[in-house]
Design a protein around this ligand. Structure first.
Ligand code: ADP
Ligand code: ASP
Ligand code: MG
Length: 443
């Protein structure tokens, strides 16, 4: 079996749903994971925010807009009046779930129920479209098998168990459809795998069923060597290793959810990134085989806070870093970059939810400085540290940009640089010119 995931733009219009149906209908067994229609999750989030801010009329307006959009969508998607009525009943169920929350306080749990409606609607509408085309399919409700644990991490063994029970009910069927992104938590509440989480759903399902291949279909020809939204002349990379892809995804390459490579890497399942609008383009293959490129790609992640702890007690002391790390551990806050000098340590976090408490505890160890609004630029390559010359190009590219931190040698395929957010776009373009100019690319 294969797992094919289609993102929001791939199911964003009735015409695109038709393209998806043509891609999947090749007679081979597969689980198709769908995102919400593009824009819907953002609109649902805006609606939930209005409710949290007690702005009922704002929420009502947003719901009215969604209703109109979906009515048009359904009219274009389905020809048969009977199917249209079924589709309207599907979306009306979601509108009722949402409007029932208009007169109750909205916290995280309610918000997640609102957000889940996007994937619940897109999958059911797509299934109706398949039935119009005479393509039989089974809808597997993700809320019946996708599970996260008390730390918000996927419970792969539970997912495997529940999904195989479901699949056993349909031994002769070929096409299965399910929702990306949504899941249930340990309290049996509706939850999700965070924004962009449908990629993660696909790789978790792939790991659970030991899929031959996981395909992530989106709106671009594969993983590009730099952010195509910022830099012109980026190009797709044919193959990258799990490690390279994981670093790029974690450090901001939006085409992949930050942690979605992990389940595939553990099972050595290849991931293929494909373009729904150009299915014949080769895309990118993510597998154990590395890109073989000196420098594979550059990515950037915004919203980073740098923290510096300066302490005389660090001089010649052991155990100091352990105490610092324990503070972050106790607030479940991951550290991305770290550099040390004799008397101070600088590190970065991207989740500042617990920052005030973290600062309070760190102040016991010394003087604490906080610098929000930073970007980590991550340069990824194959055996990057074993090659010489590229550090010179990197520093030459960034010579006029103030650098806050540099991390080199932490892994064999990553160099990370911290700078202020305002310099991000310029830095990405300059690095692109210096590292991927035609002459230098294969040196
Ligand atoms: P989907 O809705 O299909 O999940 P996303 O919007 O999440 O799609 O991801 C695809 C987008 O990621 C592309 O349209 C592109 O603008 C952006 N992107 C950012 N960095 C990269 C990169 N290095 N390679 C390819 N796409 C990238
Ligand atoms: N619909 C969700 C989002 O927009 C999940 C996804 O598309 O991957 O974040
Ligand atoms: Mg995405």
């Amino acid at each position: 079996m294969q797992v094919l995931k289609f993102g929001g733009t791939s199911v964003g219009t009735p015409g695109r749903m038709r393209q998806v149906s043509q891609i999947i209908d090749d007679g081979q067994g597969k689980i198709v994971v769908l995102s919400a229609v593009s824009g819907t999750t953002n609109q649902l989030l805006a609606l939930s925010t209005e409710l949290r801010n007690n702005n009922l009329s704002g929420a009502e307006n947003l719901l009215e807009n969604l209703k109109v959009e979906y009515q048009t969508f359904i009219r274009e998607l389905l020809k048969d009046e009977g199917l249209r009525q079924k589709a309207l009943a599907i979306v009306n169920r979601s509108w009722t779930v949402i409007s029932n929350l208009f007169h109750t306080p909205v916290f995280d749990v309610e918000e997640k129920t609102i957000l889940a409606q996007g994937e619940l609607m897109s999958t059911q509408l797509f299934q109706l479209f398949l039935s119009q085309q005479g393509i039989p399919s089974i809808l597997l409700p993700a809320l019946d098998f996708m599970r996260i644990d008390e730390f918000g991490e996927p419970s792969l063994s539970l997912i495997r168990e529940q999904l195989s029970l479901l699949l056993d009910l349909y031994p002769t069927d070929t096409y299965f459809i399910t929702q990306g992104y949504i899941c249930k938590n340990v309290f049996n509440q509706v939850d999700n795998l965070k924004r962009g989480g449908s990629d993660y759903s696909a790789t978790l399902i792939g790991a659970a069923i030991q899929a031959e291949e996981i395909q992530i279909w989106t709106d671009i020809d594969g993983l590009h060597n730099n952010d195509p939204r910022v830099v012109t002349n980026t190009f797709p990379i044919r193959k990258v290793s799990y490690r390279e892809a994981a670093e790029l995804a974690y450090f901001g390459a939006k085409i992949l959810h930050p942690t979605c490579v992990i389940p595939a890497e553990q099972n050595k399942t290849p991931i293929r990134l494909k373009n729904t609008f150009r299915p014949t383009a080769p895309g990118t293959l993510i597998s154990s085989e590395s890109s073989g490129r000196r420098i594979t790609a550059i990515a950037a992640k915004n919203g980073i806070t740098a923290i510096r702890i300066r302490s005389g007690r660090m001089l010649n002391a052991y155990g100091f870093l352990r105490k610092v790390f324990e503070v972050f551990e106790s607030y479940a806050t991951p550290i991305d970059m770290i550099t040390t000098s004799e008397v101070s340590v600088s590190l970065t976090i991207d989740d500042s939810t617990h920052l005030p408490n973290i600062i309070r505890e760190l102040e016991d160890f010394g003087e604490v400085n906080i610098d929000p609004g930073h970007t980590i630029i991550c340069i990824v390559g194959d055996e990057l540290n074993a090659q010489s010359g590229h550090t010179k190009s990197i520093f030459a590219a960034l010579e006029n940009i103030p650098l806050r931190m540099v991390s080199y040698g932490g892994s064999r395929n990553n160099i990370s640089i911290l700078l202020e957010e305002e310099h991000k776009e310029n830095a990405l373009r300059l690095l692109h010119q210096h590292l991927f100019s035609p002459v230098k690319e294969y040196v």
